[in-house]
Structures are given as C-alpha cells and as structure tokens.
Design a protein around this ligand. Structure first.
Ligand SMILES: Nc1ncnc2c1ncn2[C@@H]1O[C@H](COP(=O)(O)OP(=O)(O)OP(=O)(O)O)[C@@H](O)[C@H]1O
Ligand SMILES: [Mg+2]
Length: 251
C-alpha cells in the first residue's frame, strides 16, 4: 500500500526514473497533484499532493472510502479536468526515445486527440448514450476516430462478445441491467485500443464471477497488448491481483 502523499518513490522525477531502471516505461505520471472544488466561498479539498507513476503493462488499483477523491483523480488522469497544482505527464507515442510530456502544455485540440486515441475512460455512472443501442454506443467513438462503419461494427461486436454481451447488441441502455450497462461502457472504452484505460469502479455493479471475468480481460490486454490500467475499486478481493494499490485518505 502507498499513502497519498509521496505515494510513489521518485515520482517527482519521472524522466530520470524511466531511463535509470530497466522497467517498462512510465506512460502516465501524476506529480504532486492537488485539486479543490469551489462551492460558493467554500473550498473543498479533494486531493492534496498526490503522486503516481503508471507503467506500460501495469494495473494500479485506487482504493479508499467514499469521498476520498478517487473519481477526482481519475478525471484528472484522463485529461477530463485540469490540475490546479502539480502536473500530469503522459507518454506520447511519437516521442523517441519514450519520454513524458507535461499535459498542461497541451493545446485543447491535442488533449482531445489523446483522449480519443490513447485513453479509454469508464465513467462511474456509465454515461451511455440512451438513444443508441449497445452496439452503436461502442461503434461511435471509433467512427469519430476515423474508422469505417463496417470496421467499427465488427470491432464493436468483438468487444461486446468479449464482455459477454453479443446477445444484447441491439438493446438500448434502459433495456440492460446495471451490470450489463457497465460492461458496454467497458467495451466502449476499449474500442479504440487505448494505451491507457482509466476505469472508475467498473465492476461496482457486477457479481464476483463477472467482475473476475472483466478483470481477467483487462489483465490480458495489459500483459499481451501493452495496455496499462488505473482503476478505482471497492472490491477487496480483486485488489490483491493488481500490480500496485494506491490508497487515498480523505483530504
Ligand atoms: N462538483 C463538485 N463540487 C463540490 N464538491 C465535489 C464535487 N465533486 C466532488 N466533490 C467532493 O470532492 C470529494 C471527492 O469526491 P470524489 O467524487 O472524487 O470521491 P470518490 O472517492 O470518487 O467517492 P465515491 O467512492 O463515493 O465515488 C468529496 O468530498 C466530494 O463531496
Ligand atoms: Mg467516485
């Protein structure tokens, strides 16, 4: 377990660390990240001085009680929100040799492209498009990224089958159970073969055996396809199978 402050030794030196050690390269790094929400004249601290290094092929679990800042952290790592202090670094594929790029220096357009092609995000509350079928929900991100309709459909069917939902492809979200919606959201996040998957309690509505299946799919993608995962979870059984665990405390 690692505590919130200074959680990853040397995390404030991501560039040096990845060249000195013969470990897989760091693909995403948070250094001394803090975040507060403003509510009227009140400031609610959600994260303070958090550091984390995610390496290629690695799975990191984010744990901690409700309200400790897991979703806040994942939204920052997924470039959905901007850090207020500290920095998030990302490995840009075109960098040679692999090096980390400070995301605060990215333009909005570059952030959008990274979110589209390099990061898959599973939201805590799914956010499936309710007018579209499961199949269309998984196809859409691929079409936006430039895939043909046929290629997107074939890949979406493959992913729905992977998460055990090939027989629910034509169902709209309201015709699916909570756990089925969650699995569609996982398939959607994997649709553009992201380098990094960020998942906010993606097994929260799943029974033990289905959670295990989903975990095994992600583990296999990390081991065999070079993906890396950061996942918030309350599942203490699954937690033991991650490569690292980061425990957050209430700020
Ligand atoms: N939009 C917001 N405005 C004000 N405060 C917020 C907002 N979003 C989150 N917070 C506060 O920030 C803190 C961290 O919230 P966050 O959603 O990151 O927690 P969490 O660890 O994901 O919790 P859970 O396990 O319940 O999903 C909480 O105290 C929460 O009340
Ligand atoms: Mg949350």
């Amino acid at each position: 377990m690692v505590s919130k402050k200074n959680s990853t030794p040397g995390a404030n030196e991501p560039l040096r660390q990845q060249t000195e050690l013969k470990e897989p390269p760091v693909v995403l790094s948070a250094v001394d990240v803090s975040y507060s929400y403003k509510q009227g004249d009140q400031s609610i601290s959600a994260l303070s001085c958090l550091s984390l290094n995610l390496r290629k092929n690695e799975m990191i679990a984010i744990v901690g009680q409700s309200g400790c800042g897991k979703s806040t952290l994942l939204h920052l790592l997924g470039l959905l929100d901007n850090v207020q202090s500290g920095e998030i670094y990302i490995r840009k594929e075109e960098n040679a040799p692999p090096s980390l790029f400070p995301t605060s220096k990215l333009s909005e357009q570059e952030r959008t492209l990274i979110r589209r092609h390099s990061i898959g995000f599973v939201y805590q509350f799914h956010h499936l498009l309710k007018e579209f079928t499961a199949l269309e929900n998984v196809m859409l991100a691929q079409i936006i990224a430039g895939a043909s309709k046929k290629a997107a459909e074939n890949n979406a069917m493959r992913l729905l089958s992977l998460v055990g939902l090939s027989n629910r492809a034509q169902h709209k979200p309201h015709q699916l159970s909570g756990g089925q919606q969650q699995r569609v959201a996982i398939a959607r996040a994997l649709a553009n073969s992201p380098q990094i998957l960020i998942a906010d309690e993606p097994t929260g509505n799943l029974d033990e055996s289905t959670s295990e299946d989903v975990f095994n799919i992600l583990l296999s993608l990390c081991s065999n396809n070079g993906m890396s995962v950061v996942m918030a979870t309350h599942n203490t059984h699954l937690c033991k199978r991650f490569h690292k665990t980061l425990r957050l405390d209430i700020s």
